[in-house]
Design a protein around this ligand. Structure first.
Ligand code: KIV
Length: 546
């Protein structure tokens, strides 16, 4: 089947900021989303799904900020907002995307009988009519409209063809096929895509896309197999984060295509030995992007995660080590440096000066302002005083901490002091600078030192919450290692907030991580109570109700 509109490369549609943010506890504020969006642009993604503008004023503001600051140039990525197939959602998306040079509205509605019957309570005919009307409505705002029939892979095929054909007829330029519940196997996915391409009139005039969830661990496999059958856009997230078990991982898709280029070339109409990349992604930015997303969302990357896990390039067995030392390719199919991992991991110490520090940060891809550099240098000196060697991993943890603190200015931890041991009652004294400028101190006892710290902080901050996760991870090996503490809180309205911090003293890291999470919760409560005046007038103009 000929595909005149299809590019001979794979379009990477990144949904880290939308589906990825739906991971429990991964809530990001607008500034954090902007940082990630800037890095995604640096990474080279084609489309950034910046959020779901109608979901909340915060989402609206984030989509608008990204549209203006990341999507404002001719060479910028396409900025996209999700919208249900309802007028007010489409209006919110269009309004938030206004500053983008290349805006896209992504309209979706469920198509499977199970969703129609139990969730939408609509007939097939009603949904078909909504698709026609709402895709055409989105088209009145932007030329680039993507349509997704949600739960497509569990939808009766005949009806799915009708829904897709209708969306194309109404003006959709990309048709995305969501495997919403991660149900299909790669073999089935192959047949599924083939049958859509064979039976939907007009399908060759649009870009065919796929959105695969990872409930059975098949998201990447399902996405890659779809490319073999004409799919040209992959929806994916950094580190594979997302609703439930997550989405196809961007780094796995991109490196799969890169490492197995000769295998995929013919499916994209290229000579088998073509060397030109199959995506526009700069692989050298992958590792940095993965760390940034992990740090800001608080979702740790499992050690054995493909491509970006701590063990992805580590060789433990003697036979493997021997082989790699003799010839790397005996046990490695890709070079760690391709994804931006530096070979020289240990570089700085307490005698390193500001220039060495700045230059190492630049090599790692951190371009800090003079003020941020000074703060980070201060922090580096503190760590270097306690730790003989400061590795790239440590530097990265320091910088990410500083970024988070800069973004989440709210309550600030001034001092933490604990006494504990096997014949004393664990006691913590905490001093905090409150957002109103007051400095307050409280002491509390607990079952252990961290419990005592958290009880003291609770007394000072007075924000009801439930601690639902606490974990400590060592940044590097060795007794002097920095420990990264991750905490996750649940607020009274059941939203989840994450905080993370690294320090050589894990009690201090635990206190900072808790304050970071509380600051996010505090900000959430604040933004719910007080709608920013500028945002409010933007909604009023568009008549948008949240
Ligand atoms: O999982 C899903 O079906 C989605 C669609 C909105 C693309 O996220």
């Amino acid at each position: 089947m000929s595909m005149p509109m299809q590019p001979d490369r794979v379009i990477i549609f990144d949904t880290t900021l939308r589906d990825g943010e739906q991971s429990p506890g991964a809530t990001l504020n607008a500034e954090e989303k902007l940082l990630i969006a800037q890095q995604l642009a640096q990474l080279g993604v084609d489309v950034i799904e910046a959020g779901f503008a109608a979901a909340s004023p915060g989402d609206f503001a984030a989509v608008r900020m990204i549209a203006a600051q990341v999507g404002g140039g001719e060479q910028s990525p396409i900025i996209c907002s999700l919208a249900r197939a309802i007028r007010s959602d489409i209006q919110a998306a269009a309004e938030a995307l206004k500053p983008a040079v290349r805006p896209r509205i992504h309209v979706f509605i469920s198509a499977s009988d199970i969703h129609l019957q139990y969730q939408l309570r609509k007939t097939r005919a009603e949904v078909l009519a909504i698709v026609a009307e709402m895709v055409a409505y989105a088209k009145t705002f932007v030329a680039d409209v993507e349509f997704s029939p949600m739960d497509a892979t569990r939808t009766e095929l005949g009806y799915l063809y009708e829904v897709i054909a209708q969306a194309i007829q109404s003006g959709a330029t990309t048709i995305n096929i969501p495997d919403t519940v991660g149900y299909r196997t790669p073999k089935e996915m192959e047949q599924f895509i083939q049958s859509i391409r064979a039976n939907v009139p007009g399908i060759d005039r649009v870009i065919l896309s796929i959105h695969t969830q990872n409930d059975l661990g098949l998201a990447t496999a399902n996405a890659l197999v779809a490319i073999e059958h004409g799919v040209r856009q992959i929806e994916c997230t950094v580190n594979g984060i997302g609703e439930r078990a997550g989405n196809a991982a961007l780094e796995e898709i991109v490196m799969g295509l890169e490492v197995r280029k000769a295998y995929y070339n013919p499916f994209l109409g290229r000579p088998i030995d073509s060397e030109s990349p199959l995506t526009r992604i700069r692989p050298s930015e992958i590792y940095k992007t993965s760390r940034l997303v992990s740090h800001l969302t608080g979702l740790s990357v499992q050690a054995n995660k493909a491509i970006v896990g701590a063990n992805a390039f580590a060789h433990e067995s003697g036979i493997h080590q021997d082989g790699v030392l003799k010839y790397r390719e005996t046990y490695e199919i890709m070079d760690a440096t391709t994804i931006g991992l530096t070979e020289n991991q240990i570089v700085l110490g307490k005698h390193s000066g500001r220039n060495a520090f700045r230059s190492r940060l630049q090599t790692l891809g951190f371009d800090l302002s003079e003020a941020d550099l000074n703060k980070a240098f201060h922090r580096f000196k503190d760590v270097a005083d306690k730790k003989k060697e400061v590795s790239d991993w440590d530097l990265e943890a320091i910088i990410q901490d500083e970024l988070q603190v800069a973004i989440e200015a709210g309550f600030q931890l001034e001092h933490v002091q604990v006494t504990c041991g096997d014949c004393t009652c664990p006691t913590a004294t905490i001093t905090i600078l409150k957002p109103d400028g007051k400095i307050v101190t409280h002491a509390a006892v607990g079952t252990g030192p961290i419990d005592a710290v958290y009880r003291s902080i609770d007394q000072l901050v007075s924000i009801p919450n439930q601690l639902i996760e606490f974990s400590v991870q060592s940044v590097t090996a060795g007794l002097d290692a920095l420990g990264t503490v991750t905490v996750r809180l649940r607020s009274e309205d059941h939203s989840c907030f994450t905080g993370q911090s690294s320090d050589t003293d894990i009690i201090v890291a635990a206190a900072h991580a808790y304050i970071n999470a509380l600051n996010r919760l505090h900000r959430h409560l604040h933004s719910q109570a007080q709608l920013n005046q500028a945002q409010q007038s933007a909604y009023d103009t568009a008549g948008i109700l949240f």
